[in-house]
Design a protein around this ligand. Structure first.
Ligand code: ATP
Ligand code: MG
Length: 560
């Protein structure tokens, strides 16, 4: 069920896989069914990627299926935009959900009928306490709650009131439907939890059909049961909800008995992974949108130049455990760099150009030199125009030779132009500020692909772009979005730790082949870093590349 082009092993031996194996071995289940249940109230982030890889990965590993179910019980905060983005993200990661997409709202009729069942069996009642009163009655962790004065309403009265709630007779907040469980339970979730609220809002799937909506707890387990989910895998904060999940399954005529298992959330340093906070970054225009390349959203990472394989490898590396932990963002960067190092084509881009005039070539000299895109993989080749005037990086030229700079270009010394000839510097010009602005050189004949015949071999190899045929490109250089390792775990507001200098835009020179690549093409710009052509803005007449990550571990996302 997985696109093998992303060919990554996912969800190998983790504790949930062991549980599933046991269930298959002892016959509790014959086919594994999992589900990924996002609420469409924002874009998916890197934490969701862990859950996606786990749920789809387990289904794949055990030859089962994984449903995509939108958990859409909060219509005010949800939208079709988010639904579409979530579908795109899952597909991009290389997973395919089983059959049609499901919506919890598909089950609103059934859930309503089951709410009526609970009333009929004396297990639910309509309560008129205000939110403040209900909080008071609920008690605390150390103190039992008190029964609501409405708890002993008769079945008939409850049926009548619930029908009138549904018919729109009451205002929002005037009444709720609650389960009748145990106001003294040490588990607060069991103290007569709310099942339905009145909300007179339009729903993106069901329109204006409903003015009462079930809450998460009353929806989730029953949706799992309807879909025949065998293993309902969620994050640890739902551990305390499990007794309630099981109470509904035990007290309703559901068609199956799914089981809930919890695992630890992914937290990454220098990163916020809460949809609410990510939404604030978007709403307050700190970033350009949910898919800004600085965002830890899947679509932001995609635009930044992450590959599906790098994200899946990362999820594999961090594993799945029973506790929440903080993962070093360097692990994510490692997974990314490792994949790009192995698989990204190489190309040439000069960011800080210094013009070199090769004086023993005619003014109109043009030779196409062929260069492989990768030194190990067969990724094809391109022709690069080699001309009399070229750009090299400013830092690759030094006015004076020294041992420290023996690989650099200096007057009287030679350098190899990558994929091209050896040249020797003769003289240079400086501007009034003392910056070297032009270097003159001679080409050493017969050095395309071989060393000079006179044995005076160059020590260094530099990247270059033809000055007359190269193309100016916009480079967007990104840094970390936060200056604090735990921006949302300090006493202050996480917004205080936004790196206000996280995007720099510069113009660079790229070889002509780079103008013609499609969007989302990953490259290693030799000796510069990993870049990707922008998903939306890159065009042949205006190339735009995003910095994905620096070349080395120590030059991580924080440095260009
Ligand atoms: P957020 O906390 O960002 O608002 P959420 O839990 O409300 O996220 P959902 O759309 O309900 O978001 O999540 C869908 C699934 O993804 C759930 O099963 C949830 O447990 C899981 N998930 C969300 N965040 C993480 C995370 N950081 N690590 C692992 N799984 C996560
Ligand atoms: Mg949630």
């Amino acid at each position: 069920m997985t696109d093998t082009s992303a060919n990554t092993p996912t969800a190998s031996a983790n504790f949930i896989a062991k549980i599933i194996q046991d269930d298959l071995d002892n016959g509790r289940v014959t086919q594994v069914v999992t589900r990924f249940p996002p609420e469409p109230n924002g874009y998916l982030h890197v934490g969701h990627a862990k859950s996606v890889c786990l749920n789809f990965g387990l289904a794949e590993q055990f030859g089962g299926r994984c449903n995509l179910r939108f958990d859409d019980t909060n219509p005010e905060k949800e939208s079709q935009e988010f639904i579409n983005a979530i579908k795109d993200d899952i597909t991009w990661l290389g997973f395919q959900w089983a059959g049609e997409i499901h919506y919890a709202s598909d089950y609103f009729d059934q859930l309503h009928d089951w709410a009526v069942n609970l009333i009929e069996s004396g297990n639910a009642y309509v309560c008129d306490l205000s939110a403040d009163q209900a909080r008071e009655y609920r008690g605390t962790l150390t103190e039992a709650g008190k029964p609501s004065p409405y708890r002993e309403r008769t079945v008939e009265e409850n049926l009548d009131l619930f029908a009138r709630m549904r018919a729109g007779e009451f205002d929002e907040g005037a009444k709720v439907l609650r389960a009748k469980i145990d106001m003294a339970s040490p588990n607060m979730n069991m103290r007569d939890p709310i099942l339905y609220r009145i909300r007179k809002v339009h729903h993106h799937q069901t329109g204006d059909k409903w003015c009462i909506y079930p809450n998460y707890d009353f929806t989730h387990g029953q949706s799992d049961a309807i879909e025949g989910v065998t293993h309902s895998i969620c994050t640890l904060e739902f551990e305390d909800h499990r007794p309630l999940y099981e109470w509904f399954l035990a007290n309703l005529p559901v068609p199956a008995q799914p089981r809930q298992y919890e695992f630890g959330r992914l937290n990454l340093d220098y990163t916020v992974t809460s949809k609410r906070k990510l939404k604030a970054l978007v709403d307050e225009k700190v970033v350009a949108g949910w898919d800004d390349p600085r965002m830890p959203t899947i679509s932001g990472m995609r635009r930044r130049g992450f590959t599906p394989r790098s994200v899946r490898n990362f999820c594999d590396m961090i594993g799945v455990s029973r506790s929440d932990g903080m993962v070093d963002v360097a692990m994510l960067e490692h997974a990314l760099r490792d994949d790009l190092n192995k698989n990204a084509p190489r190309a040439m881009c000069v960011i800080n150009p210094l013009k070199v005039v090769i004086e023993n070539l005619p003014a109109d000299y043009l030779e196409m030199v062929t260069a492989d895109y990768h030194h190990e993989l067969d990724l094809g080749a391109r022709d690069m125009p080699f001309t009399r005037e070229i750009f090299i990086d400013q830092d690759d030229f030094k006015e004076e030779y020294s041992k420290k700079f023996k690989k650099k270009f200096t007057p009287g010394k030679r350098i190899r132009l990558r994929h091209s000839y050896v040249i020797e510097a003769t003289s240079y010009d400086k501007d009034e500020q003392g910056n070297v602005v032009l270097v003159r050189a001679n080409l050493i004949e017969g050095t395309l692909g071989t060393n000079p015949a006179d044995g005076d071999n160059p020590k260094g190899v530099v990247h270059w772009v033809s000055a007359s045929h190269g193309i100016p490109a916009e480079l967007r250089l990104y840094e970390r979005l936060f200056t604090h390792a735990s921006p949302d775990k300090t006493d202050g507001d996480f917004m205080e730790y936004v790196n206000t200098d996280s995007l720099k835009v510069v113009t660079a020179w790229v070889e002509p082949a780079l103008a013609n690549v499609g969007p989302e093409s990953n490259f290693q710009f030799e000796r510069e870093g990993y870049y990707v052509s922008d998903r939306y803005d890159h065009a042949a007449d205006k190339p735009v590349f995003n910095l994905t990550i620096g070349l080395r571990e120590d030059k991580s996302l924080t440095e260009a």
